[in-house]
Design a protein around this ligand. Structure first.
Ligand SMILES: [Zn+2]
Length: 486
C-alpha cells in the first residue's frame, strides 16, 4: 500500500492506488480488464467484458430505492503513456510510482493516470460499499478512449440499461459538461506530373516557425497562427511577384494540432533571390509579427538558399493548390449562438504535403452541431474541388448537443448549490467526448460529464488535486441519493 491509499476519501484513493499497480496504456488493456473482472468476482459484483473490450458492472438498488432511474457511472480504463526524457518506465509492465506534493498527487516521471483512473476508482468505491444509498446502478468502464474511442465506437446499442449517464472524465471540479463537439477528417488529394526545374534557377527554402501550435479544438479560439495558412500568403506573393515556382511543401504533422511550422522549397531566377529575401520575406516577417504581436512572440519567417531541386509543380497546378490553401476556411467559423463564448464550428488545416507528383491536405472539422460540421466541410470541399482535388472523409464522430431540458443537469445543479453554497458552471467543450458516441447509440440517455480537478493530463506533469476529490465524491454520492423515480 502506498501513501496515497491513506488519503480521504479512502474509498476513491485506496482503489486508485490499486489501479496504479496495473499497467493500462491505450492499446494494452488485457491486464486491467482481468484486474477489473477479478475484482468484481471478489466483491460479488456482476460484471462482464463486452465485444468491444469494455467492462460492464451491475449492482441492484439499496433497499427502498428500487424504483429510481438506472444510473450508468462511466469512465475509461486506458491512460496516455507519456514520460520524461530521463524516465525508463515501461508502461506495459511497470506500476506507476505516485507521490504527494502538498495538495497534489503526482507520478514520478510519467503520466499519473488520474485521467481517467479517478473514474474507475470511484466506480469501484461505490460498487464495493453496501452502505451507500443508490438506485439500480451500472458501471461502464470503456476501452481505448484516448486513441480512437474504440470501446464506445464498437459497443452494441443494447449493452447499457441506464437511463442517466454520469461521465466521470472531466478535469475541473465545480463544472459540469453538457455538450461536446463532433468531428470529421477531411482530405484533399491530387496527383500531378512533375516538370523539370529550369537550369540556371536557384533553389530557396522558406520556413515559417516558432508558432505556439496547440489543440485544434480547445485552443482554436486563442488567435494562434496556422503555419500552413501563413505560408500560403507568402508563397502566393512569391509566385505572383518574384517568378517563383513551387517545388515542395511540408507543413504540420497532426490533423488535430494547429501546425506550428511549415517549410516550402521554391525555384526562381537567380537574380530574384535577393529581392525575394528583402522585399518578400522581410516584409512578411514584419507584417505577420505585427498581426500576431499579442499571441505569437516567436514567429519567424526565414529564407535559406538550397540546392535546386530537379522537379517542380507545373505552374497552373501550383496556382490552384496555393489558391485553395488561401481560400479554404481555417479556424473558428461560428460561436454557439446560445452560448456566444464557446466555439461551435471550426476547421484546422493540419497537414499539407506537396512534392513528388502528389499533393495532400488534411483537415479536422469540428462542430457541436452536426449540420454546421457538414456546412464547414462543404465550404472546404468546394474550394478543394475547384482546385481539381479529390475529396474524401474518414473518422467522423457525432456531436453531443446540449439538452436544455436535461433532468440530471437540473438536479445536479441544485445538489451542488445545496452542498457547497455556490453555483456549478455548466459548460460545452469544443473537443470530442465519449458522450457524443454514446448519445448517438442511446438517444434517450440523459448525460452529464464532471470530475475532480486534474492539471496537465496527457503529460508527465499530470497531477490530481486532493481537496477536489473530496468535493467530487460528496457530489457523486449526493447525486445518487437524489436520483428521481422512473
Ligand atoms: Zn480522459
Amino acid at each position: 500500500m502506498n501513501e496515497i491509499a491513506k488519503l480521504q476519501p479512502q474509498a476513491v484513493w485506496k482503489n486508485f492506488d490499486l489501479l496504479t499497480q496495473v499497467p493500462r496504456p491505450s492499446g494494452h488493456l488485457e491486464k486491467v480488464q482481468k484486474f477489473l473482472l477479478d475484482w468484481a468476482k471478489e466483491h460479488n459484483v456482476e460484471a462482464f467484458k463486452d465485444e468491444a473490450g469494455n467492462i460492464v458492472m451491475r449492482k441492484p438498488a439499496t433497499p427502498g430505492m428500487e424504483d429510481r432511474k438506472i444510473v450508468t457511472l462511466q469512465g475509461h480504463m486506458d491512460m496516455v503513456p507519456q514520460k520524461t526524457k530521463e524516465s525508463n518506465h515501461n508502461f506495459e509492465t511497470d506500476p506507476i510510482q505516485t507521490w504527494i506534493d502538498g495538495e497534489w498527487v503526482k507520478a514520478k516521471g510519467t503520466t499519473l493516470g488520474s485521467d481517467d483512473g479517478m473514474a474507475v476508482a470511484t466506480i469501484m468505491g461505490i460498487f464495493e460499499d453496501d452502505s451507500i444509498p443508490h438506485g439500480p446502478l451500472e458501471g461502464f468502464i470503456t476501452a481505448d478512449e484516448e486513441t480512437t474511442m474504440y470501446g464506445v465506437e464498437h459497443m452494441a446499442a443494447d449493452t447499457l440499461k441506464g437511463e442517466i449517464l454520469l461521465n466521470l472524465d472531466d478535469e475541473t471540479e465545480g463544472q459540469m459538461i453538457v455538450g461536446s463537439a463532433g468531428g470529421v477528417n477531411q482530405q484533399g488529394e491530387l496527383e500531378y506530373k512533375p516538370e523539370p526545374t529550369e537550369a540556371g534557377d536557384a533553389g530557396v527554402k522558406i520556413t515559417v516557425k516558432g508558432l505556439l501550435g496547440g489543440h485544434s479544438g480547445l485552443e482554436i479560439n486563442e488567435g494562434r497562427a496556422n503555419a500552413n495558412k501563413l505560408m500560403a500568403r507568402i508563397v502566393s506573393d512569391a509566385i505572383a511577384n518574384f517568378e517563383a515556382r513551387l517545388c515542395s511543401w511540408e507543413g504540420g504533422n497532426m490533423r488535430n494540432a494547429i501546425p506550428n511550422r511549415a517549410e516550402v522549397v521554391l525555384a526562381l531566377p537567380k537574380e530574384n533571390v535577393e529581392a525575394l529575401r528583402e522585399e518578400c520575406i522581410a516584409d512578411w516577417q514584419r507584417t505577420l509579427s505585427d498581426e500576431f504581436a499579442v499571441v505569437e512572440k516567436n514567429l519567424a519567417v526565414e529564407l535559406e538558399e538550397v540546392e535546386l531541386p530537379a522537379e517542380q509543380v507545373p505552374a497552373e497546378i501550383a496556382d490552384n493548390l496555393v489558391d485553395a490553401l488561401c481560400a479554404c476556411h481555417d479556424g473558428v467559423m461560428r460561436m454557439i449562438p446560445e452560448v456566444p463564448h464557446i466555439v461551435e464550428t471550426s476547421s484546422n488545416i493540419g497537414i499539407v504535403q506537396i512534392g513528388g507528383g502528389k499533393a495532400a491536405f488534411t483537415f479536422l472539422v469540428r462542430s457541436s452541431r452536426d449540420s454546421m460540421r457538414e456546412c464547414c466541410a462543404l465550404t472546404i470541399e468546394s474550394v478543394l474541388s475547384m482546385a481539381g482535388m479529390k475529396v474524401s472523409y474518414d473518422h467522423s464522430y457525432p456531436a453531443w448537443q446540449p439538452n436544455p431540458k436535461s433532468e440530471i443537469v437540473a438536479l445536479m445543479s441544485r445538489v451542488y448549490k445545496e452542498l457547497f453554497g455556490v453555483e456549478s458552471k455548466v459548460q460545452v467543450v469544443h473537443a470530442g467526448l465519449e458522450c457524443g458516441v454514446i448519445g448517438a447509440k442511446y438517444p434517450k440517455m440523459d448525460m452529464v460529464s464532471f470530475g475532480p480537478t486534474l492539471r496537465s493530463p496527457h503529460t508527465p506533469n499530470e497531477r490530481c488535486n486532493i481537496p477536489s476529490v473530496e468535493k467530487y465524491w460528496k457530489f457523486v454520492l449526493e447525486t445518487l441519493a437524489n436520483i428521481p423515480k422512473k
